[in-house]
Design a protein around this ligand. Structure first.
Ligand code: G1P
Ligand code: ZN
Length: 543
């Protein structure tokens, strides 16, 4: 095998964010940019001699080109075997599963998740460990440090086959296995859920509607929901992964996929409506007349998990990211199991899952999963809900109302403020940090602050400490406001403001969320002096 040693200048902007390195496609297209980041990963991973690597992505623009480059670099690194999804496709959860299933040393997943695709959109690369979970912060930090000093990379001269056919190829010492991206994942889902029972429910007339938003979950949904579970073909939509997602924004939330909320609120809605994001790790669940907030979804899954075959023995604990609503805490308490509060970002769940401390976890950003993979998993959540509906013999809305009747309802909103000038965003955070100790007892829009703190996290497994993971403000009356800056954007800054407040009683739990949360939103704007710092009188998006 001929290996080329290419010299280049180091890059200084390759710091991985909440989930890998995400940049505009045009940034990744710069000469040597992708290659240097991949070399920095290889240098820090220190792969064993007989290593297997899993590579795949969400099919967005630049996916195919990047995969070919990475395969040639893996060959130069002495990797023994590369497993890649046909067409270069693997959803994030399927890639995580395949890493474990193939005994791989690591995986490289090409995605910018829910960020827009196409030549003017975003691209991204994240790397996962043998556990299937995302690299820990210590490793992503090391990769960033390495990238700043790297002056070259190695790449093999290889004739890499077209990835459109499955099969095994021998490439001058490297074995390349092109596999069906759906097979292993489908088998895994069959071990967790009662497929015959779901199939019988759908045959009996319950209707499901799944929208893949022209992204990676299309082939998975067709196989599992239609071929395996017998749902009619027209119950799955937008199932062909497109390089630019057909212009859709593949983020399953009511703002970016309003047509699904409209369907839920229509006269004759399906019993379950769902969608996933660009790389298949997020989920949105809706039912007749409502969207299930992600915090509620996690709480309801925990409440009933023993009815699902894969969770029949219950779970040892549960975790939610800090800004996620506290609905699941109450269920964990009722079940007598611990509830962990982690910083934003899926990787913080990894240690807890691997150590067996938790069995279910979730984030307010439409992400839920369990220890079946090392990532969040969109279709898994849909199947969980279908299995629950079959077991409880109820559609989504009835399951949710029964939950609120027992535990009360945690109203939740995330208000995003897009701030074009990152300096203003930094100044707002610095100012709020300075004033935090003086907030208790002050009044903001009629709300009195009870306590305020900076969220620092000590990992219960490896005891690593992650500081400055957001500000928490607790209000008298039980409400909570959280402030943090997004770590996944590729331009400007986004201030995320999270509001949560619990209500009980049948007449309160069905009120519009704005009625309950607007006073908290006003208090948040006042506490952080958002308008003074940014000129923004209103949030850019409310999710
Ligand atoms: C966002 C979400 C976070 C999620 C991440 C990756 O990160 O808020 O929950 O883990 O995307 O999907 P953020 O932009 O807030 O840093
Ligand atoms: Zn995603």
């Amino acid at each position: 095998m001929k290996i080329n040693e290419i010299k280049c200048e180091p890059f200084d902007d390759q710091r991985p964010g909440t989930a890998g390195l995400r940049k505009k496609v045009t940034v990744f297209q710069q000469p040597h940019y992708l290659q240097c980041f991949v070399q920095a990963i290889f240098d820090c991973l220190d792969l064993p001699a007989d290593a297997t690597l899993v590579i795949g992505g969400d099919g967005r623009f630049f996916n195919r080109e990047a995969i070919t480059t990475i395969i040639a670099m893996a060959a130069a690194e002495g990797v023994a075997r590369v497993v890649v999804g046909q067409n270069g496709w693997l959803s994030t959860p399927a890639a995580s599963h395949l890493i474990r299933h193939e005994g791989a040393a690591a995986g490289l997943i090409l995605t910018a998740s829910h960020n827009p695709g196409g030549p003017d959109g975003d691209f991204g690369l994240k790397f996962n460990m043998a556990s299937g979970g995302q690299a820990p912060e210590s490793l992503t930090d090391a990769v960033y440090e390495r990238s700043k000093t790297l002056t070259g990379y190695r790449i093999a001269d290889l004739d890499i086959p077209d990835l459109r056919q499955t099969g095994s190829f021998s490439l001058a010492g490297l074995r390349l296995d092109v596999v069906d991206p759906v097979d292993a994942y489908t088998d895994l889902m069959q071990t967790l859920f009662d497929f015959p029972r779901i199939r019988a429910m759908l045959a009996g007339g319950r209707r499901v509607h799944f929208d893949a938003l022209n992204a990676i979950t299309g082939p998975y949904a067709e196989r599992i929901l239609c071929d395996e579970l017998g749902a009619p073909r027209d119950s799955v939509r937008h199932t062909r992964p497109l390089e630019d997602f057909g212009g859709l924004h593949p983020d399953p939330n009511p703002v970016d996929a309003p047509h699904l909320l409209e369907l839920a609120l229509s006269d004759d809605p399906p019993d379950l409506i769902a969608a996933s994001d660009g790389d298949g790790d997020r989920n949105m669940i809706l039912g007749p007349g409502l969207m299930v907030s992600p915090g509620d979804s996690l709480a309801i899954m925990l409440e009933h998990c023993e009815r699902i075959p894969g969770y029949a023995n219950g779970v040892p604990g549960v975790a939610r990211s800090m800004p996620t609503s506290r609905a699941v805490d109450a269920v964990a308490e009722a079940h007598g199991i611990p509830c962990f509060e982690t910083p934003t970002g899926w990787r913080f769940f990894s240690n807890l899952l691997t150590a067996g401390k938790i069995g279910l976890c979730g984030e307010e950003s439409f992400g839920t999963s369990s220890s079946h993979v090392g990532e969040k998993d969109g279709l898994w959540a849909v199947l969980f809900w279908l299995n629950l509906m079959a077991e409880l013999e109820q559609p989504v809305d009835q399951i949710v109302h029964a939950h609120w009747a027992r535990y009360g309802r945690w109203f939740f909103q995330r208000r995003d403020y897009f701030i074009a000038d990152t300096g203003q965003a930094q100044a707002l955070i610095a100012d709020l940090g300075r004033r935090l100790p003086t907030l208790p007892n002050t009044l903001h829009g009629g709300q009195r602050v009870a306590a305020a703190d900076v969220f620092n996290y000590t990992d219960p497994v490896d005891h690593s400490v992650s500081r400055d993971q957001g500000f928490r403000v607790f209000l008298e009356g039980g409400g909570r406001i959280v402030f943090r800056l997004s770590g996944t954007g590729t331009a400007g800054a986004t201030l995320r403001v999270y509001l949560d407040h619990r209500e009980t009683g049948p007449e309160r739990v069905t009120l519009p969320a704005d009625d309950i949360l607007s006073p908290l939103g006003e208090a948040a704007a006042s506490i952080a002096r958002i308008a003074d710092h940014t000129g923004l009188a209103q949030p850019t998006a409310v999710i």
